[in-house]
Design a protein around this ligand. Structure first.
Ligand code: HEM
Length: 500
């Protein structure tokens, strides 16, 4: 022990000198003339600011650091540089003024498997392949004409949901709201793509596709050394990448099975689905190879299922915590929708208070608290002469913007009324609220989400009254968030339907 101590004492001046040089170099790097990085906490050698962001939930850590360092802030995370943007003005700079320069993606190491990040519409840089895939979503899935022609399918999926909830109403069964909505959305997606249902609302076990998607999302969001010290991957893929490889392969197998069955002509009925367009369409840009097609399907399932169910679950949790708001939204639905009629997509524009509830949910509980990580494709000057170097990861903190008292009155209070007075839309024009992002990387599926989320929420509220499970009071609802690329409730919301 003594020997160790003697050795440490003899080396410590050298170690100290080395540490000082590294710190001074980092400070110098930040302030070099013409290269003023946005401010941020002084990084430690080697780990940078990792200790400050891994000590709690990243969205909360970033928000409290931004309080001190301002709306554009630099963090050194291991060997990498991240810039976090936390005000509407700075979000506008990144997503609108310098949209093209910040249109890249910083790909989490876990997704660099099976070629996924080089084929995926969500993770490709904004290049020709990405444009082609975006064009397919725009022209084959989410045009107004296409969405109008598939509204019957969505109505049917929502009817199935309501019919299942009615059965549970009789038995007073507590239901996991997020699961109900994710199974409904999953079936909507699988019917749109393959003309089949992937899951059964009545089954108690979680559908395999949802399990696989959630595993991929979790592994991607877990802190991963390879994302902070990229050289580590020289040694071989780390645990998270191995996990994603396994789940992604299983997901591809499921898709391949459906494609092969269709190619063998085994399902006889005529289809007008995405698979048919991709296999037999006349449009050359829709001719995707097998791996690209599978990456495309994985993106659609993972981007669409989780986000919609998270949003409906948070909205229901807020309404159950605030019975007077629940009464108000139900009163509106009862007034607008004729007795005995189902809620239809065309009713939503008349449901102003319901829309305000959804906006307020996005403000406090954005499904993607940082959007997806953008990347500076070239060195850009932003804000007050700050420079964001090429290759920087750029995060837009929707979560912090939504809770900023300079932007919102009483930001911690769930108050849908604020949106009745304020004309804010969700299409990425108002940078106080951009739950779908803005600019060229805006969510590809937002026209579908605009229809599906209000329709599901309104239908669940229209048909039933809801209460919390026996012995639980509104203040007992656990409103903590789970760690992830998307921000679900940490404890799934359970609620009991009863006849309205
Ligand atoms: C409540 C529902 C939804 C929310 C809140 C949401 C939110 C988002 C956000 C924040 C992004 C990243 C934007 C950025 O990085 O700037 C995104 C990207 C994306 N979303 Fe959504 N989304 C939802 C539903 C959907 C649906 C239903 C689909 C399709 C079925 C979808 C497909 C995509 C795709 C493909 C991307 C990647 C776009 C790209 O990188 O070019 N999303 N979404």
């Amino acid at each position: 022990m003594d020997a160790m101590l003697r050795m440490w004492l003899s080396w410590s001046p050298l170690a100290l000198a080395l540490l000082s040089i590294l710190v001074i170099r980092e400070i110098g790097r930040r302030h070099r003339k013409g290269h003023k990085l946005p401010p941020g906490p002084t990084p430690l050698p080697l780990i940078g600011n990792l200790h400050q962001v891994l000590s709690g939930m990243p969205h909360r850590c970033f928000a409290s650091l931004a309080e001190k360092y301002g709306p554009i802030m630099t963090l050194r995370l291991g060997q990498t540089t991240t810039v976090v943007v936390s005000s509407p003005d700075m979000a506008r700079e990144v997503l609108q003024k310098h949209d093209l320069a910040f249109s890249g993606r910083t790909v989490p190491d876990a997704l660099r498997t099976l070629g996924h990040s080089d084929l995926s519409v969500a993770w490709l840089p904004a290049n020709q392949e990405w444009r082609n895939l975006r064009r397919i979503t725009n022209t084959q899935l989410f045009t107004t004409r296409r969405l109008d022609s598939t509204k019957g399918l969505r109505a049917q999926k929502v009817r199935e949901l309501i019919s299942y909830v009615s059965e549970c109403c009789v038995s007073q069964k507590a239901l996991n709201i997020g699961r109900l909505v994710s199974v409904t959305t999953l079936n909507l997606m699988s019917s749109t793509i393959f003309s089949v249902d992937f899951a059964d609302l009545r089954s108690d076990s979680s559908p395999e596709v949802i399990e696989l998607i959630q595993d991929i999302m979790k592994a991607t969001a877990e802190p991963n050394l390879a994302d902070f010290f990229p050289w580590l991957t020289v040694v071989g893929p780390l645990a998270q990448r191995r996990r994603v490889t396994k789940s992604l392969k299983k997901l591809h197998d499921i898709f391949d099975e459906h494609v092969d069955r269709r190619l063998r002509g085994e399902d006889a009925k005529p289809h007008d689905d995405l698979l048919d367009t991709l296999l037999h369409g006349e449009n050359m840009e829709c001719m995707l190879d097998r791996l690209t097609r599978n990456a495309f399907f994985s993106d659609l399932f993972s981007a669409g299922t989780d986000t919609s169910s998270i949003t409906v679950a948070w909205a229901m949790a807020e309404l159950l915590r605030n019975p007077e708001l629940m009464a108000k939204v139900k009163e509106e639905i009862g007034r607008v929708i004729e007795p005995g009629k189902d809620v239809e997509e065309s009713d939503v524009e008349k449901l102003q208070y319901l829309q305000a509830v959804i906006k307020e949910t996005f403000r406090l509980h954005p499904a993607a608290p940082f959007l997806l990580p953008h990347r500076a494709e070239k060195t850009v000057e932003v804000g007050d002469g700050y420079v964001v170097p090429e290759g920087t990861r750029v995060l837009v903190s929707n979560w912090a913007i939504g809770r900023d008292s300079r932007v919102w009155e009483e930001p911690e209070v769930f108050m849908p009324e604020r949106f009745l007075k304020k004309d804010i839309d969700l299409r990425g024009h108002d940078f106080e609220l951009t739950p779908f992002g803005s600019g060229r990387r805006i969510c590809a599926g937002f026209p579908l989400a605009f229809r599906m989320v209000p329709l599901m929420l309104a239908s669940l509220l229209r048909g039933f009254d809801w209460k919390l499970p026996e012995g639980m009071a509104p203040e007992d609802i656990d409103m903590r968030e789970a760690l992830g690329l998307t921000m679900a409730m940490n404890v799934p919301l359970m609620a009991v339907p009863f006849a309205a």
